[in-house]
Ligand binder design. Structure first.
Ligand code: ZN
Length: 302
């Protein structure tokens, strides 16, 4: 900022001169027109503008850049809704049924956003050019909204994993609170409208899944469980995923809800192992689109 002083001084004199000119012309106009309320207002606004523009030019420029950046980011995600083929609205899925057995698999991460581990998972996915699906817990998103924003701005899919992550039975009112409040916050924080739900603990009979199905969410379970929540050794965690991997599969991992350093350690190896086997990584909406396309082809052939 030191350099700015020398630049600002001549500008300061210029402002003073301009302001003086403004005042003189204003006085002159007042003499000419006894009741120039309109003109006077315009003139005094101009005087103010000149002073404000020159004095805070740099701050305005900075603000313009900041506003443009946030507008661009906002435009990217605002109103982002995941297309969900009608056959999956209100359905429960464990994996996609792909007729050609395409080697695609979806990595999913539950219970975040979480300090450190969510960002570490995002970095690993980014360096591998992979998009994943994150099932966030509402109260965690409330605590770490910036991490939630990062999930979406980095191109991943964000999904609903309830507000409290409770397992007990819930009546429709309680289920509505758990699910609606989380979807609303996801929208407020990220601009994404999610229609993808995973019940905590994969429990399908405590009222949550029933409510989600009624609201046309797709209820997403999994076909390969890393069992990372039981804190296995890293090699065991890797093996849990690889052992149950299959085309159209959905892998369950956790980026939040506890110490997930082992998941973070295992993830690069899981990715490279699956890649060597010829797998491509897709998000849940992409996976469902693929099954939908396959099913449409079958229907056409019949
Ligand atoms: Zn969970």
């Amino acid at each position: 900022m030191e350099n700015n002083k020398s630049v600002l001084w001549p500008e300061g004199i210029l402002i003073a001169l301009l302001a003086l000119c403004g005042v003189f012309s204003l006085a002159f106009m007042m003499l000419l027109r006894p009741n120039p309320s309109e003109a006077q207002n315009r003139q005094s606004i101009n005087v103010k503008n000149i002073a404000a523009n020159a004095g805070t030019q740099q701050r305005i420029e900075k603000l313009k850049v900041a506003m443009l950046t946030s507008w661009q980011q906002g435009a990217q995600v605002k109103g982002l809704a995941y297309s969900l083929p009608s056959r999956f609205q209100g359905a429960v899925i464990n994996a996609a049924k792909l007729t050609k057995g395409e080697k695609v698999i979806a990595l999913t991460f539950d219970d975040g956003p979480w300090p450190q581990t969510t960002e570490q998972v995002l970095d690993i996915l980014k360096s591998n050019n992979i998009k994943g699906t994150f099932f966030v817990v509402g109260q965690n998103l409330k605590n770490y909204p910036e991490l939630g924003k990062q999930i979406v701005t980095q191109g991943h899919v964000i999904a609903n994993h309830t507000w409290h992550h409770w397992y007990h039975f819930m009546n429709p009112q309680a289920a509505a609170f758990e699910i609606d409040r989380t979807t609303d916050l996801i929208y407020q924080v990220t601009g994404a409208k999610t229609n993808i739900f995973r019940p905590p603990g994969g429990m399908l009979h405590n009222g949550l899944a029933a409510y989600a199905k009624g609201r046309k969410y797709v209820v997403v379970m999994w076909s390969a469980d890393s069992i990372d929540y039981k804190l296995p050794t890293v090699p065991k965690l890797i093996n849990n995923v690889i052992r149950d991997s299959k085309p159209g599969g959905i892998v369950l991992m956790h980026d939040g809800g506890g110490n997930r350093s082992r998941t973070v350690q295992a993830l690069p190896e899981i990715i490279s192992n699956l890649r060597k086997q010829g797998y491509r990584f897709v998000t849940i909406p992409e996976l469902l689109e693929m099954e939908d396309a396959d099913q449409k082809l079958i229907a056409k052939k019949k």
